[in-house]
Design a protein around this ligand. Structure first.
Ligand code: ADP
Ligand code: MG
Length: 157
């Protein structure tokens, strides 16, 4: 992932509930227009993170994997846009196809497999790098890629 970090925090979670709880706490820092990139292998817990984030935004609907629809939208304290670029051949297509569009300045976008955007990845974002699969613990690195996103890290302290 490109861009210099302006702050980083590592959190270890031992189960899916731990990851959801972390995400739920982070959601209290969300502001309109925010972009969170969820990066990790298949089964790392990106969708679990999105589920927890939704809880933190007060979203009542059940959040499921958007792999086949590319983007789902939920209404909470802020709208949440949940994207999954796994099936995307080319990052530029996502932008051309309006996957990341002006509507999202109203809410917070969580993007699984965001690294597929390559050079099209916006510089201002919070990276959530999830390391570990299966029964392993997850090492979750939260990386503020611009100073504005440091508020997510500060809120955890
Ligand atoms: N610490 C953990 N954090 C997140 N998920 C975990 C953890 N430990 C086990 N799991 C399990 O790993 C799986 C993660 O699935 P999912 O969130 O769909 O992954 P992804 O969206 O990254 O492909 C779930 O079955 C979940 O129960
Ligand atoms: Mg997923």
């Amino acid at each position: 992932m490109p861009n210099l970090a302006t702050g980083e925090r590592v959190v270890v979670t031992r189960d899916a509930a731990g990851t959801r709880d972390l995400a739920s706490r982070l959601a209290t820092s969300a502001r309109p227009g925010d972009l969170l990139c969820l990066v990790g292998d298949l089964g790392a817990g990106k969708t679990q993170f999105a589920k927890g984030f939704a809880v933190g935004l007060g979203i009542q609907d059940v959040v499921s994997s958007p792999t086949f629809v590319l983007m789902s939208e939920y209404e909470g304290r802020l709208p949440m846009f949940h994207l999954d670029l796994y099936r995307l051949a080319d990052g530029a297509d996502a932008l051309a196809g309006g996957l990341l569009d002006d509507r999202q300045i109203e809410g917070v976008a969580l993007v699984e497999w965001a690294e597929r955007l390559g050079d099209a990845l916006p510089a201002a974002r919070l990276d959530v790098l999830i390391d570990g699969v299966g029964d392993e613990q997850r090492r979750i690195t939260l990386r503020a890629c611009s100073p504005d996103y440091a508020r997510y890290l500060e809120a955890l302290a």
